[in-house]
Each structure stands twice: as C-alpha cells, then as structure tokens.
Design a protein around this ligand. Structure first.
Ligand code: ADP
Length: 462
C-alpha cells in the first residue's frame, strides 16, 4: 500500500479521497464493461439463432445429393451482418460453403472434430472475430452438420468505443474530483488555520483573548470552545497565582519590616541587657508569626495541589466542637467574653478529624477575636432536614458588610485591613473553612445579619 505521508492534511485527505474514488470508479467501469460485453454477445447469439432457423428452413438437397444453393442465395443477399455458412457431412466432407468473404472458417476447426453443438467464438483465417453456431440437422433423412458464423466486428467496435470513453472520462472525472476535494478540504480546514494563527498570538500577557468560533455546533466550533474554556481556566489559575504571589509577598514583607525596624532601633539605642532582651523577644515574636504564615501557606499549597490525603472517620460532632472550644476558652476569658455551647450531642459526621477541628477552631477564634470585650459568643450544633449536621457560631462583633461576603473566603482577604492585621491574623483562617467543609461534601455559609455580629454555619452531611 502506498503510504500517504504528505505534510499537510489537505493533500493527505485529497489523496485518500481520490484513491478511494479511483478504486470505486475502476470497479464500476470493470463491472459495466463486463455487463455490456455479455449483453452484446447475448444479442449476437439471439440474432445468430434466428438466422440459423431461417437457414434450416431453406436447406434443400439437389438430385445429386448436394446442397441446393438457390434457397440460400436470397439469405446471403439480405445480410445485414457479415455471415458465413458451411454444411458438412458427418464423414467430414464439405457439402456447402458460402460467405461474402473469401476467407472461410479455419481449417483446423473442421466441424467433424467439433461435433459438439453450441456457440463458440473463433477467428477466421484473416483474423476476423466470429461467433459460430454449430448444430446437427437432418435434410430429408440425411444428417449434416451446419455451421453458421456471424462477424463479431460490431460487438468489438462498440466495446472499443465504450472502453475508449471510459479511459478518457475516468482520468478527467478523477482530476475534477481531486480539484473539488482539495478545495473543499481547504475550505473545511481554513478555520483551523485561523484558530492556530490566533492561538499563536495568545501569550501569558494576552490570556484574555479567545479563539474565534464561527459555528459553535460543528466539530471545529466544539474544538474552539474546548480550547477557549481551557484558556479560561488557565487565565483564572494564572490570575489566582499572581494574586497569591503578590499577597504572600505582601504578608511576608510586613513582619520583615517590623523585624528590621525593631533591630535597627535596638542597635541605635545603647541600653542595658534588659532592653536587648525585650528587642530580641519582640523580634522572635515576628519570626514566630512568619513561621506560622509560611507553614500555613505550605499546607494550603499542598492541599490545593491535592497532595494531602484526607481521612474518612466517623466523628461525634458535638464532642469535637467542645474540644475546639476548650482550646480557645482561655482567649475568651482574657477578654471576659462568655461562650455558650448547646445542641444535639448524638450527631455524627464522616470527615477528617484534624481538618474539621482546625476549621472549627478558625471559626471560633474569629468570633472571639472580632467580638468586643465582655461580648457573647454562642455555638450551636443541630441537624437540618435530617440530612445535614450544622455547627453555628454566632458572635457579637461588628459583623461583615454584605459586599464582602462573596470574597470573604478567599485567601488573604480582609474586611478591615488595618484592624484584622493588628489582631495578628494572616487572613488565611476562613480560606481553609470551605475547603474543610467541602471534603465530606458540605459547605460554609455566612447568614446575613440585620444588626451586628456574624453567624457562620458549617453544614456537613450526616
Ligand atoms: P484573620 O486571620 O485576619 O482573622 P480570616 O481568614 O480568619 O483571617 O478572616 C478573614 C477576614 O474576615 C478577617 O480579616 C476579618 O476582616 C473578617 N472576619 C472573619 N471573621 C469575622 C468575624 N467573626 N467578625 C468580623 N469579621 C470577621
């Protein structure tokens, strides 16, 4: 098989298409040629049979026991086709031979040797192709062998013309098909060229651009749509990455600046050992803060990349909330806040214990952080529609204006930038909550509040 390894798809398609068409046309041409040949020969045989019957009627014997040519003369004269007639005795003697040509039937095929009757094709001595009908016939009780031949010239002439037309028409048809096929393939593939051209122009700086889609319902349109939605995803992760890098470096810069200025002030003022100890301990505080930040960033990026294996354990939800609260009561006590916990003790959920615990800590820690001194914090655990387990954390802080709700769970997002940084948060706490809740296909919601305070709800499947 020929290997079609052209450089472009257009040429390859055209070559394939033309070769298949050529194969089919050749098969069709062969079929029709064979059909035509047998049809013409059948016609010739029928004419030969009719003629043979006429000859049989006219065969007479003379008193000398030879064939009477008088009856056959008329037959030869009204001949439309060239024909030859021979009458032989059984013993192989030629009784009568006629024909409007001098060249007779070939010697080698004397009828005596060919006693079997029927149609045969043969050539005369001069090369003329003939169709011969040989049959035994009785004239007045005497058995003779009659051979009648008709020229096949017309048949071969018609066949020749037909094959000539085919040989001339086939290449022309194939050429036209190839030209048509090539231009069709080119038209069909043109959108791909345009798409490739456009795609080449899309760089990291021009990620907003999209491929042109002419018809969204065809295959190329579908390809374009798939490509565009891929670009969409790339663009959003690219922007997320850019934002993350900018935010992370910003977050790291603050403790570094503090470290630097604390160090500089400590160096300039020559004081006693007690002063230096104070400077060093406040520098260490900043280092601690930075370490926590870097650790959280690492955990989050590993989680984002799907490298953290989460466990699936059955957890008594109330007990877990209680555990998180116990850890944080000391902070609330410092601010003289009261924390209440009530709800259904029997609720159980399936989740990763450590991840869920951290999410609860983050929610309660925020409630403590943002509630004023002597404020109240209520934590409730209850079930909803018998399908969901809900942990509700309500605080008495300033609340969060609705315009911030949408972006609240993004990393590094702060409502009141100055105040929350001052409280020591890296703005990563809330970011982990929906992620932790989503693991057992749950979610986190912030209830809209008319007056003050926030109600965060962690909703998990039971
Ligand atoms: P942070 O460590 O700064 O508290 P979080 O990710 O926990 O970061 O919270 C993101 C931001 O959402 C906070 O900076 C704060 O502005 C706001 N926020 C979170 N919880 C509360 C709350 N209970 N009351 C008011 N504001 C809140």
């Amino acid at each position: 098989m020929i290997r079609l390894r052209s450089r472009n798809v257009r040429t390859r398609l055209t070559l394939w298409y033309t070769s298949i068409l050529a194969g089919l046309l050749i098969l069709y041409a062969l079929g029709t040629t064979i059909f035509l040949f047998f049809n013409l020969r059948h016609e010739l045989d029928r004419g030969l049979r009719r003629d043979f019957e006429l000859v049989e009627e006219r065969l007479r014997l003379t008193p000398e026991n030879t064939i009477d040519p008088a009856g056959l003369k008329a037959h030869h004269e009204d001949a439309e086709v060239e024909r030859w007639l021979e009458v032989w005795t059984i013993s192989g003697e030629l009784l009568y031979g006629s024909g409007n040509r001098t060249a007779g039937l070939p010697e080698k095929t004397t009828p005596v040797e060919q006693r079997k009757s029927g149609y045969t094709s043969d050539r005369l001595v001069d090369g003329t192709r003939v169709r011969v009908l040989t049959e035994l016939h009785a004239i007045e009780g005497r058995e003779v062998l009659v051979r009648l031949a008709h020229s096949e010239e017309r048949l071969w002439h018609e066949m020749g013309e037909f094959i000539g037309v085919l040989l001339l028409g086939l290449p022309v048809a194939l050429l036209l098909a190839a030209i048509g096929g090539y231009s069709l393939a080119r038209r069909a593939l043109q959108p791909i060229d345009r798409m490739a051209h456009q795609a080449e122009a899309i760089t990291a700086e021009r990620l907003k651009e999209r491929l042109p889609i002419e018809n969204p319902h065809d295959e190329l349109g579908h390809l374009g749509q798939v490509f565009n939605s891929m670009l969409e995803r790339i663009q959003s992760s690219f922007e997320q990455l850019k934002r993350f890098t900018a935010d992370a470096s910003h977050e790291l810069r603050t403790p570094l600046t503090v470290l630097r200025s604390v160090g500089e002030v400590g160096l300039h003022n020559h004081k006693d050992a007690g002063h230096y100890r104070e400077v060093i301990s406040s520098m260490l505080e900043e280092v601690d803060r930075m370490t926590r930040l870097v650790e959280s960033l690492l955990t989050l990026s590993r989680a984002d990349a799907g490298h953290i294996q989460l466990k699936q354990e059955e957890i008594a939800l109330f007990d877990l909330v209680q555990e998180a609260l116990n850890l944080l009561t000391v902070l609330a006590e410092e601010k003289k806040q009261t924390i209440s916990l009530d709800g259904d003790r029997r609720l159980r959920v399936v989740a990763d214990r450590m991840v869920l615990r951290q999410a609860l800590i983050n929610l309660i820690d925020n409630a403590i952080k943002y509630s004023p001194a002597k404020g109240e914090i209520a934590v409730r655990v209850h079930s909803r529609e018998e399908k969901w387990a809900v942990v509700e954390v309500e605080d008495s802080g300033p609340g969060i204006p609705p315009e911030h709700h949408e972006r609240l769970f993004e990393r590094f997002y702060r409502v009141d930038k100055a105040r929350s940084r001052e409280m020591g948060g890296a703005a990563l706490g809330l970011y982990t909550v929906p992620w932790a809740a989503a693991v057992p296909s749950g979610r986190v919601e912030l209830q809209p509040q008319a007056s003050h305070g926030c109600i965060f709800q962690l909703i998990l499947p039971q």
